[in-house]
Design a protein. Structure first.
Length: 341
């Protein structure tokens, strides 16, 4: 492949990256971006993620590498000279050839186990969160060495990959918002350690209903446990759900409905009556007496703090607006793909 860096090659790559940032779901963007990058900068495998300077991982996206790659790296990360080099030179792309890989205790293990013979690695610092975004491209046995031109091109493109990735988060939040009709629902992007990287303004408001002193950027500890469980987390004032997406999480918060304080029988009666049925119609539908319906409604009104059917209908409408969860990432309607030229 004739590999001459010029404005046309770079311009087409950047246009595709930013278009994919708008169109691809959160779970597909990194793979799509690396597919496109490989068309102009050949590599075999890659690792894209976020970490801190102590090398604790906050997200991890492996490209054509098995999950065990991270396990091996974690066992030997203190001897990762490539990581040390890029941490010492943020924004600078570092090239490790076969000899440099072999001389690094950690990279030697990756070389022997996964045939990672050479690497181009770059990291950028988020000054607000003190989190590093890194991308390492690897070549295997029998491949030509990375050239100085390729190293320079990777260094030039890396800030755009980062910007496009964060733009993809914004697009994902906008997509989630478009499919939620309620102001009582808010979304955010968080990493494996519970650090927020992007959030709708109302997200913080909902968090502070439950934790008034919360300042961030980490989620409260009782929500961070959900990063592993995947089940809804129910609190007094909010319900949270965390959807895993390639080393990140789409966090959804919603305010709890007053209806959640009703018993199952009370909720059924409230739904019938609030939708316009009379005492007698509710009684017939549930095979109970109208007097029993009236007694239940008095309890329902007391629990909800309302006085009539109008108030009940308003609460039911609010509940319906927030009851339907979002489509999990990777299955969103934003399925547009970049057309191959």
């Amino acid at each position: 492949m004739l590999w001459r860096m010029n404005a046309e090659i770079l311009g087409k790559l950047l246009l595709d990256l930013y278009r994919d940032a708008r169109e691809l779901p959160l779970g597909e963007f990194q793979r799509g971006a690396l597919d496109r990058l490989r068309e102009v900068l050949p590599f075999d495998t890659a690792w894209w993620g976020m970490a801190r300077t102590d090398r604790s991982l906050h997200s991890s996206c492996l490209y054509d590498l098995p999950p065990s790659f991270v396990d091996v790296w974690m066992q030997h990360r203190d001897g990762d000279d490539l990581a040390a080099a890029v941490i010492a030179n943020p924004g600078v792309t570092v090239c490790f050839d076969h000899r440099a890989m072999w001389n690094s205790p950690c990279m030697r293990e990756l070389l022997k186990t996964f045939d990672v013979q050479q690497a181009l690695s770059t990291l950028l610092m988020n000054p607000t969160l003190q989190v590093l975004t890194f991308l390492s491209l690897y070549r295997s046995s029998g491949r030509p060495r990375f050239t100085a031109a390729e190293r320079g091109f990777k260094q030039l493109v890396m800030p755009h990959l980062w910007a496009a990735w964060t733009a993809n988060w914004v697009a994902q939040l906008a997509s989630a918002r478009a499919h939620s009709a309620s102001s009582q629902v808010a979304f955010a992007i968080t990493d494996q350690q519970g650090t927020l990287h992007d959030a709708e303004p109302h997200f913080a408001d909902l968090l502070r209903r439950e934790w008034p002193q919360w300042q961030g950027p980490e989620l409260p500890a009782s929500l961070r446990v959900g990063l592993e469980g995947g089940r809804p987390i129910e609190r007094e004032h909010i319900v949270a759900r965390l959807y895993p997406v390639r080393g990140l999480f789409l966090a959804e918060l919603r305010a709890r409905s007053l209806l959640e304080g009703l018993s199952p029988r009370e909720l059924v009666i409230a739904e019938h009556f609030g939708r316009g049925e009379s005492y007698k119609q509710v009684a017939v539908a549930l095979r109970i007496s109208p007097a029993t319906v009236r007694a239940h409604l008095r309890t329902i009104y007391f629990k909800l703090g309302i006085a009539d059917k109008t108030g009940l209908t308003r609460i039911l409408d609010g509940r319906d607006a927030i009851a339907s969860p979002i489509t999990p990432p990777g299955q969103t309607p934003l399925q547009g793909r970049r057309a191959k030229s």
